[in-house]
Design a protein around this ligand. Structure first.
Ligand code: SAM
Length: 278
């Protein structure tokens, strides 16, 4: 039987503002594929013109994802290489991508990530908040009940939380967050990699006072709940289990002992003595 050649699907990250934030590998991939599937072909055309790349563009966005996927899979099966790009940053992160990726896995088509810019990672690393453990929640749900449940989840989380938000909804969202989270520390990362890049740090209340008429693109990073019930659950573990929990999370002995002492509200020497021979 004739072997069906399969093309590859390349998931190519593009800049989130500054056009220099594109890797050499991303440029080469965009040059070498047969087709570029783009969230907004006009938007991607500007990037391609800047890079002096001429390529066939096919639109692939939230509203035609289900319809387009069959056609793109056919082309991949014919042996065509396709690059998937979104308007900004990493496809699949609050952008189309998930459906075609699932389909490629089903059809045994190779998916190759071409890493690059992503707003949430860059907001997190510059936030000054805990980067060891974090949760990305994307945009909060619009449905009131689900939204409230999510914010309750944030309240109890002992991990840094990252949210995307539109600027005109920021104040309202911060007010909703304040009702449940009260005085939690928050960082607003605005216009990352662009001329007006800015970080606003403070309690939710302080930020609400500063966020009238804020424009541009925004990421909200929320400090972990340091007294969360999730963390307190660790106190129900045996000391050995408690130790292993932090060990699995990559902490060294000194850090683990400090953490356990803090969780259990005991002197760290007491814990140190217990693990002296470990
Ligand atoms: N796929 C993108 C990524 O990798 O970050 C995210 C796309 S999502 C539709 C758009 C949201 O990402 C914006 O509403 C904003 O919250 C965030 N975002 C994108 N670019 C940004 C930037 N330059 N500065 C701050 N936030 C940005």
């Amino acid at each position: 039987m004739e072997k069906i050649e399969k093309g590859n699907l390349y998931i190519v990250a593009t800049p989130i503002g500054n056009l220099e934030d594109i890797t050499l590998r991303a440029i080469n991939t965009l040059k070498n594929v047969d087709i570029i599937a783009a969230e907004d072909t006009r938007h991607t055309l500007k990037l391609l013109n800047h890079l002096e790349i001429k390529k066939t563009l096919i639109s692939y966005h939230r509203h035609n994802e289900e319809i387009r996927v069959g056609n793109l899979i056919e082309k991949l099966k014919e042996g065509k290489n396709i690059a998937l790009v979104s308007d900004a940053g990493t496809p699949g992160i609050c952008d189309p991508g998930h459906i075609i990726i699932k389909e490629c896995i089903k059809e045994n088509i190779k998916i190759i990530p071409i890493p690059g810019a992503c707003a949430m990672i860059n907001a997190l690393i510059t936030s000054g908040l805990n980067t060891n453990e974090f949760i990305f929640l994307g945009f909060l749900p619009l449905n009131k009940k689900l939204r409230k449940e999510k914010i309750e989840e944030i309240k109890n989380s002992n991990k840094t939380i990252i949210l995307y938000e539109a600027p005109h909804k920021l104040k309202n969202t911060l007010q909703e967050l304040q009702e449940i989270l009260e005085q939690r520390k928050v960082v607003i990362a605005r216009e990352l990699t662009k001329i007006h890049e800015e970080y606003i740090r403070g309690t939710i209340k302080e930020i609400i006072e500063k966020c009238d008429n804020l424009k541009g693109e925004i990421v909200i990073i929320i400090e972990e709940n340091k007294n969360s019930k999730q963390e307190n659950k660790l106190n129900n573990l045996s000391l050995e289990e408690h130790y292993k929990y932090y060990e699995k999370n990559g902490l060294d002995k000194k850090e683990i002992i400090k953490k356990i002492a803090k969780d259990r509200n005991v002197n760290k020497n007491e814990i140190y003595m217990k693990f002296y021979n470990k």
